[in-house]
Ligand binder design. Structure first.
Ligand code: ADP
Length: 226
């Protein structure tokens, strides 16, 4: 299987050189192959978000390498990082962050416009994704009219709209009640499996973690097999 993401010796300290310095990552190593779905498990505050932001080129490491499809992004310009992020990576957060003034389907179409996909094509692709996770009937509603589970399903569709090879998800169902969390997680897994993308999904729910291909633990700033 081809490798889509590799972290090598990643280090990150917040407030470096100050009395309140906090070392969060201290030599984290990790590799993700195409089609693989991996659970990232650790208690709150251990550094999961920090790791996902660095892996997703949203933040930079103090030391170490982040390679995406074999290309090392350590020291890359903001422009290169932004392009790689837009073309390769989908991000899902605990809270949906949908744009409130646009309809659900428009939220899924917008990222496609950034990649110059024509309107009609963007709309039909958005509807296709939304029907996979059962929210196509809510397409013309604004996010505020949707339930928490529906909002998060739309956020998944938006993250996948540009067919990223890598999905990074930070507690994607952490905001939902347990029953909803379960079905919404299944919807996300269905999308991921359908598209064959690789995913790294942070969760502190052991049952959800057990449904993924592999579990890694973030402990003392390093990634260890569970
Ligand atoms: P998790 O996602 O596992 O809850 P985070 O990566 O959010 O962990 O945070 C790890 C630690 O780093 C926490 O103690 C958090 O308070 C701290 N932290 C996160 N972001 C910053 C920041 N920008 N500046 C200072 N400390 C931060």
């Amino acid at each position: 299987m081809s490798e889509v993401l590799r972290l090598t010796g990643v280090e990150k300290t917040y407030n470096r050189g100050k009395p309140n310095a906090l070392e969060v990552l201290s030599g984290a190593d990790f590799a993700l192959s195409a089609g693989e779905v991996v659970a990232l498990v650790a208690p709150s505050g251990a550094g999961k978000s920090t790791l996902l932001h660095i892996a997703g080129l949203l933040d930079t490491a103090d030391a170490g390498e982040v390679a995406i499809n074999g290309v090392n992004f350590a020291g890359a310009s903001d422009a290169k990082r932004t392009t790689a992020r837009r073309e390769t990576i989908g991000f899902v957060y605990q809270f949906h962050h949908l744009l409130p003034e646009f309809s659900a389907i428009e939220n899924v179409m917008l990222p496609q416009f950034a990649n110059a996909v024509p309107d009609r094509e963007a709309r039909s692709h958005a509807l296709e994704l939304m029907s996979t996770v059962g929210v196509d009937h809510r397409a013309d509603n604004r996010p505020a009219a949707l339930s928490g589970g529906e909002q998060q399903r739309v956020a998944f569709c938006r993250a996948l709209a540009n067919k990223p090879r890598i999905l990074l998800a930070d507690e994607p169902t952490g905001n939902l009640d347990p029953g909803t969390s379960d079905t919404v997680f299944e919807a996300l897994m269905g999308l991921v499996r359908d598209t064959g993308m690789a995913a790294l999904i942070a969760t502190h729910n052991p049952e959800l973690a057990a449904r993924m291909d592999r579990i890694v633990r973030l402990e003392s700033g390093r990634l260890l097999p569970a």
